[in-house]
Write a protein that binds this ligand. Structure first.
Ligand code: GLN
Length: 539
């Protein structure tokens, strides 16, 4: 099979939507009947995203195989439906680690090992291996960061070498930003022209420019951009801000992107199938009725932007479920620390249709979250707890229903008297030895659902598989006590008898899951538990 590669590179500044553009390109190639895959290359030395704070780098996306990756892999999965695995995520750290390993094993046969070409060669090897493993006809490779940054150079060098070796099989897309200075009120192309020249300095000529900005770029300006950035007529495309990111493939396709790209890759333009996606986007944009969902947690200190990035899969999952039910979600971030300072604020929770507590780590804001859970439990407000949100729901239940006032998790204090949530014994050693990288309980595990429960009804089947990322878990020593007091265990991992789902009877919806259902929700196929939560919230 001849593999084709599309490299997506950022210009001017980061966070302008390279990830969504890469996902959209893959989506469009897939809609043309080609088998696609995606790769994200991150420039940092970290081996994976698992050791990076979410406020620093956004959500840690977890693959089926347990890879802890950049959040862009979530977009790839949501747009294409393809499961992303370890090979779809490359970091500078992985590349150097492998080159040094090979050197120690004499695999360079006595040659001296050089940054160039040995580092780019390893990058190329990894990119090609991923394309082969996924049997992709077209692989979309996104480089993190922005052209001109020092650390992206070796990745650009790898791409340049691939282009030189296979000129007909490679295309370059520069996703660049066009600012609108307030005193002029017009989108300026000059920074993008500079970015395009900086790319030229690395020996790469963009084939397409995706011009991101607040508005549509008009035809004369697109033409001017193509002249100055040296791309073919019609290859400078406008990508304005849109109401929903799922519209981006359609915006590009309105400018005949897929046809032009297939021509550039010397592939036949097969028939296009984007109808369902088009209908879906049209539906989203027509929705009026709002559903008020509150998200209670921490990670709220650094502004809205970082915040939504930290929980992007949760947010998208809520949207998918809401849209399928004909409502649009209105999300409110509720800082749990306000409940610690001012418990009278808890009653504001009554103004929400449903409350979610997402995953998290550490002590900050935890007592506020527990107070919020108590409030929604007692006031019968639909509740969905994800990972930490499930663990804290168990603690709340133990404290206030069972009366075990000292119930807690050993994550906060290893010496607590009533460890409802405790360190998985298999994990204890990792913590003692400070082996933190890629050692949590990660990736997909089976879960058997208990008949007659809300979870079983939502999924409509008995065996499910969900992705995990945690070290602590429900302590089975307290299982009988909590169960006798009314806690329903609705999902269990059959191999290790780990509690995966809890719920309550006599409550419109109170469900906690040890896993992260948000990683498996798809725009046209919402996750069953998010769906059940949204349905309950609508009531
Ligand atoms: N901090 C908890 C644990 O490690 C929950 C993790 C999470 O929410 N992802 O078990």
């Amino acid at each position: 099979m001849r593999h084709k590669y599309v490299f997506v590179i950022g210009g001017v500044m980061s966070s302008v939507g390279k990830g969504v553009t890469s996902a959209s390109i893959a989506k469009l190639m897939q809609a043309r009947g080609y088998k696609v895959t995606n790769i994200k290359c991150d420039m940092y030395i970290n081996i994976d995203a698992g050791t990076i704070r979410p406020t620093e780098h956004g959500e840690v996306f977890v693959g089926e195989d347990g890879i802890e990756a950049d959040q862009d892999l979530g977009n790839y999965e949501r747009y294409t439906g393809n499961a992303m695995k370890a090979e779809n995520y490359i970091t500078t750290g992985q590349v150097y680690q492998e080159v040094i390993r090979k050197e120690r094993n004499l695999e360079y046969a006595g040659e001296d090992v050089e940054v160039v070409p040995d580092i780019p060669n390893e990058i190329i090897r990894r990119i090609q291996a991923a394309a082969k493993k996924d049997q992709a006809e077209i692989t979309v490779v996104e480089f993190g960061g922005t052209v001109g940054e020092y650390q992206v150079l070796l990745f650009l060098e790898a791409a340049r070498m691939m282009k030189r070796a296979h000129p007909k099989d490679i295309a370059f897309v520069l996703v660049s930003y066009l600012p609108v200075p307030s005193h002029i009120g017009e989108m300026k192309t000059k920074p993008t022209q500079h970015a395009s020249r900086t790319l030229n300095e690395a020996g790469i000529q963009a084939d397409f420019i995706v011009a991101r900005g607040p508005h549509m770029l008009d035809k004369p300006r697109c033409d001017r951009l193509s002249v100055f950035c040296n791309v073919d007529e019609g290859h400078a495309l406008s990508a304005p801000d849109v109401e929903t990111i799922y519209e981006v493939p359609l915006v590009l396709e309105n400018q005949e992107f897929s046809k032009k790209m297939l021509q550039r890759l010397n592939l036949k333009p097969k028939k296009k199938d984007l109808e369902e996606w088009g209908k879906f986007v049209k539906k989203i944009k027509s929705l009026r009725r709002e559903l008020n969902i509150g998200i209670v947690g921490k990670y709220f200190g650094t502004g809205d932007f970082t915040l939504s990035d930290s929980y992007i899969s949760v947010i998208e999952s809520i949207k998918h479920a809401c849209w399928s039910q004909g409502v649009k979600p209105k999300l409110t971030w509720i800082n749990s620390e306000t409940f610690e300072k001012n418990p009278s604020q808890l009653k504001t929770l009554s103004s929400y249709d449903g409350i979610i507590v997402p995953g998290g780590f550490g002590e900050r804001g935890v007592e506020g979250i527990i107070a919020a859970i108590q409030y929604v439990r007692e006031n019968k407000i639909p509740y969905f707890g994800l990972c930490y949100g499930m663990q804290l729901a168990c603690i709340e239940f133990a404290r206030h229903v069972v009366g075990l006032k000292e119930a807690h998790t050993t994550e906060i204090n290893p010496k607590i008297k009533v460890p409802i949530i405790y360190l998985n014994p298999l994990q204890a050693r990792n913590v003692v030895e400070k082996k933190y990288g890629a050692t949590m309980r990660l990736g997909a595990y089976a879960c058997e659902l208990v008949s007659g429960t809300k979870a079983r009804k939502a999924y409509g089947k008995q065996m499910i598989s969900e992705r995990h990322r945690h070290r602590y878990e429900f302590n089975n020593a307290y299982l009988e006590t909590l169960r006798d007091a009314g806690l329903v265990i609705s999902g269990v991992n059959p191999q290790q008898h780990l509690i995966e789902i809890i719920e309550l009877k006599n409550h419109p919806f109170f469900v906690g899951v040890q896993f992260h259902p948000e990683f498996q929700s798809r725009p046209l196929d919402p996750h069953p538990l998010f769906l059940a939560f949204v349905k309950a919230s609508m009531k």
